[in-house]
Design a protein around this ligand. Sequence first.
Ligand SMILES: NC(=O)c1ccc[n+]([C@@H]2O[C@H](COP(=O)([O-])OP(=O)(O)OC[C@H]3O[C@@H](n4cnc5c(N)ncnc54)[C@H](OP(=O)(O)O)[C@@H]3O)[C@@H](O)[C@H]2O)c1
Length: 327
Amino acid sequence: MSRRIPDLPPNTTLQGRSVLITGANSGLGYSAALLCLQLGASPVYLAVRTMAKGNIARSSLLADPIVRKRNPYPVVEVYELDMCRWESVTSFGHKFVGDRSGAAEGLDIAMLNAGLGNTAWELAPTGNEETIQVNHLSTALLALLLLPLLESSTTPEHTARLMIVSSGQHRSSGVESYPPDNINYLASLNEKKNFSVMRTYGLSKLLIIFFLRELSARVNSNKVIINNVCPGMIKTQLPRKAPSWTAPILWALALREANPVEKGASCYVHAVACLGKESHGLWYRRMRLTPYLPFVTTPDGEKTQKRVWNETMQMLEKVVPGISANV
Ligand SMILES: NC(=O)c1ccc[n+]([C@@H]2O[C@H](COP(=O)([O-])OP(=O)(O)OC[C@H]3O[C@@H](n4cnc5c(N)ncnc54)[C@H](OP(=O)(O)O)[C@@H]3O)[C@@H](O)[C@H]2O)c1
């Protein structure tokens, strides 16, 4: 399949749409915020781990000449969100939702983009392995915290959107070697012996795909359209923790395979502005509908999906009692 990312249709617009983007201070998240603003979105909410970085991103977005020309009075707000810590995810969620209801505003589009790839085993302050915490557990919790706001923002003219960024790497997760029923699978992933540089990032993305598929089955696409995007390889800061000796290899790979970050961001916009209800629960790689890892849709995959959903919900219920009622 071609590695080229097509151009967005020329009439693509986000005029007047409100958009929340996590991890919006750099890489794909920043570029997505820029493109949304250039296409008329406002307000755009940047959820970032470090406020100072978020404020720099905000200034640079507002100074962009295309934004100034096409969207002269946009609102861009910065929110703090550290997805390594439960308290930060819940306080962000409650503040963000509370601010919208205080101002009688909705939220048209949520892009859950923040993510990382670790090259060594590291536990987040939650006690969970950090990659799984950020890419799966905190992303899932955010989706649930935002869901009622998104549902209430749907109008006859526009169905609210929840787009989650996954990765083609979910196909290298080795999940087929599925563990026995008498253990908690998610908890087992926190053990150092179960961390693998090659496998854990892909596995974290597969877990969020299972979650998204199950969520999509439970949420009507007339209320919120939920879809899933991978831009293919894009040269960003994602491999920032990779050992320095891998830099030349990554550069060579990027030169051969990577699309520019602006093209990656256009995949996000495509998912929320060009696709409709037909995309609910599905995966779009470089804008093209792409099958998941074949295991995902087998009977064993469906069973694994239910297990991942149940274990995830059990954990999230401990963090936010009653959160299951949001679905
Ligand atoms: N680049 C690719 O080739 C590629 C391909 C497929 C999918 N993706 C996915 O695309 C998404 C964006 O990645 P990127 O390539 O743009 O990488 P990036 O430049 O490293 O951006 C990642 C963003 O996520 C934020 N983030 C990381 N950990 C966080 C945490 N604990 N709490 C809150 N925010 C956190 C980062 O914030 P800080 O700046 O504060 O660290 C940064 O803003 C990720 O989900 C990644 O898995 C990337």
